[in-house]
Design a protein around this ligand. Structure first.
Ligand code: CA
Length: 222
């Protein structure tokens, strides 16, 4: 999952980034509304955390701009107590939820999870292919009785394929959802991660489960 944090207070932004990363998100940060709006409109994010009081463009305007491009990425807005009267306005601008500062990270994550569970992006917590079972909440993967050890990136990539089981997932989509903005799109990083995942989940000596779709990307299937 990939998150965008639009927040000008560096301390809060870094805290959110660290927290989200520990929950297996990749995180981009925008420190003003203009940059944030641009990033939200041009990249594919699974969730956007958007502060309301921002330099250059306020959160409500950013939200409006993102929605006007037809993007339905869930947006959680952050506002301070004195802006309470703007909550209705924020929801009217297309935000999905809001939190009043100061908030606890646990509460934020509970709301992130609730939004990601919504029908539009619905996916169960347990994902499976063949004898491989992933628990997306506990961040564990088992093959039969054995627990597999995957790196965070391998886990995220496998999660993405499992969520779209049976469908081809393009290399571009994988990069959008599993890597942050600093990835070199021409490197073979996706390929090498797929190779490592195959080694871990496939029955010995086979390439089962993850198929290469030439010219497109990858597909996972039993
Ligand atoms: Ca702010």
């Amino acid at each position: 999952m990939r998150a965008l944090v639009i927040e000008d207070e560096d301390g809060i932004a870094q805290l959110l980034k660290a927290g989200l990363e520990s929950e297996y998100f990749v995180v981009d940060i925008a420190e003003d509304g203009e940059k944030g709006s641009f990033m939200a409109r041009t990249n594919e994010y699974d969730i956007i955390i958007l502060d309301n009081m921002l330099p250059k463009k306020n959160g409500a305007l950013v939200c409006e701009e993102v929605r006007s491009t037809g993007k339905s990425t869930p947006i959680i807005m952050l506002s301070v107590q004195s802006e309470m009267h703007t909550k209705v306005e924020l929801l009217n601008k297309g935000a999905d939820d809001y939190l009043t500062k100061p908030f606890s990270f646990e509460e934020l994550m509970a709301r992130v999870r609730a939004l990601l569970r919504r029908p539009v992006t619905f996916s169960p917590e347990i994902l499976e292919v063949g004898d491989v079972v992933m628990d997306t909440k506990k961040h564990t993967i088992h093959k039969g009785k054995d627990e597999l050890r995957l790196t965070k990136k391998e886990f995220m990539l496998l999660e993405l394929l499992l969520k779209r089981k049976g469908a081809a997932v393009s290399r571009g989509t994988i990069i959008e959802h599993v890597w942050d903005m600093n990835v070199d799109p021409f490197s073979n990083t996706v390929e090498s991660h797929i190779l490592n995942i195959r080694k871990k989940i496939s029955p010995k000596g086979t390439e089962a489960y993850i198929q290469t779709i030439p010219g497109i990307g990858y597909k996972i299937d039993a």
